[in-house]
Design a protein around this ligand. Sequence first.
Ligand SMILES: *Cc1c(COP(=O)(O)O)cnc(C)c1O
Length: 296
Amino acid sequence: MVIDLEIFSPVQQINDQLFAERDLLVYIKRDDLIHPIISGNKWRKLKYLLKKAQSHNKTHLVTFGGAYSNHLLATAAAAARFGFKATGIVRGEQVDNDTLFMCRLHGMHLVFTDRESYRDKPALFNKYFANDDQAFFINEGGASPEAAKGCSELVNELTETYDHIFCASGTGTMAAGIINGIIQYQSPTQLHAIPVFKNGGFIANEIDKLLIAPANYQLHTDYHFGGYGKVNNELISFIKKFVADTGILIDPIYTGKMLYAIYDLAAKNHFKPGSKILAIHSGGIWGLLGMKDKFN
Ligand SMILES: *Cc1c(COP(=O)(O)O)cnc(C)c1O
């Protein structure tokens, strides 16, 4: 089977009075529309990993994530779509939630593991699958050079040049991939990454490891809202208003924080008038389901 999806990821303008007042043109690339479940950067990150598994005749994907992981869910759906078996090794005690329900529905087998053992993923892989010669290890979040390569392709799809591209960052793989794409196309675009963790400065090391050449990019480490999965009323109000104004769903874990940063930086006159800014909608809207109670 050919492992590919037809990419549907249009670029749309975001119209807002703030951007009009500051003379900014702001757009969003809708990677969330690539697939309802294998959405956003998760498809880009999995594509070359799945091709590698296939070329090594591996039929069983084994990967890792927290109980709300977009990566686990995307892997479950991609495995189902392209004929792989899948196991998800889940951090923490056995729970059930909407994400894990969807993983199971796509045929993923789930193994729960305590937080201590979860740290050593190769050891877990060996513990369960040393005797399964069909098993293929995919790191948490899909972090790998293959994943960065998949993300770099996003830049090929752009038909215009932007001054700034913004993305949310967990492992930094997508940011590295986009920077590599920018380097390959010798584009003058500046990438801005918004780490969704507290003290996100460490992500620069992860990004730099995956770069094909040294590059300048900007990390904005003050938009984590207290840490991974943490929110406050300001972020929730921003998300409600953004969704109601634009009809574009965003989540509180990744894309909400990244878009908040663009609005905040625009309000603080961070961008030169006339700048063209592209936000990457990296998907992950199912993350909303785990945070419904925060929207009351
Ligand atoms: C996983 C994810 C990210 C983080 O991507 P990294 O490559 O790990 O930095 C960003 N946005 C969404 C919606 C995600 O699901």
